[in-house]
Design a protein around this ligand. Structure first.
Ligand SMILES: Cc1cc2nc3c(=O)[nH]c(=O)nc-3n(C[C@H](O)[C@H](O)[C@H](O)COP(=O)(O)O)c2cc1C
Length: 192
């Protein structure tokens, strides 16, 4: 069921470091993104693939995780993602800073769903040091990183709950480390 895939594709912030993400898997994810809709069909997005130990070590510190659980400093040591896909806009094709943000989201979620089908998981990271990332990846000036997709084999217990009457949507963890993600109910979403 597609709904099961969507429900399984949670934002994962802890990964098995003994399960690498291969070049083929990363290329497959970009192949999935290749067929996604694109504003004006301009297809301005390009993808930097990271999965070598040296590059993982350089990219990881440039990403910021779980702002609502800052005190945990996720991901825990020994549970870092085993790949990153850095979604960039090619400003040679179009230099609008806003026009393609929806393309970025569509591509990212498509790749996240595809990753889940492969037994992987991930987390979209919008909070990253763009300048340093560009340097580390050796990106030319016309390539602007928009969003980072962190990937790996998930090792977290993540559960969806309904948003309660207080309306609080902040994710949280219990003392066993189970991660809870409150989602608004269907009734709240559908306009009457
Ligand atoms: C556009 C976007 C940017 C995000 N940026 C970050 C981020 O920088 N760091 C992070 O840990 N999570 C990030 N997330 C993940 C959200 O925190 C997550 O989607 C939210 O907590 C709901 O959890 P769920 O994805 O499991 O439903 C981002 C999600 C989206 C859609």
């Amino acid at each position: 069921m597609f709904l099961d895939l969507v429900k399984r594709a949670r934002s994962v912030r802890g990964f098995r470091e003994d399960r690498p993400v291969t070049d083929e898997e990363l290329r497959y994810l970009v192949e999935c993104a290749r067929y996604t809709p694109s504003a004006r069909n301009a297809q301005v997005l390009k993808y930097a693939l990271v999965n070598t130990p040296e590059m993982l070590q350089k990219v990881q510190p440039l990403t910021k995780w779980a702002g609502a659980l800052k005190e945990l400093n996720l991901p825990y040591p020994g549970t870092c993602p085993q790949a990153f896909i850095v979604i960039c806009q090619d400003y040679r094709l179009n230099d609008s800073p806003c026009a393609f943000q929806k393309d970025v989201g569509i591509a990212a979620q498509t790749m996240l769903l595809a990753a889940n089908e492969l037994g992987l998981g991930g987390c979209m990271i919008a909070s990253f040091s763009a300048g340093e990332l560009k340097m580390v990846l050796g990106l030319e000036d016309f390539l602007k990183p928009q969003l980072v997709l962190a990937l790996g084999a998930p090792m977290e217990d993540i559960r969806i709950t309904d948003v309660g009457p207080d309306g609080n949507t902040t994710y949280y963890r219990d003392d066993k480390g189970t991660h809870y993600v409150p989602k608004r109910t269907l009734e709240e979403l559908i306009l009457k």
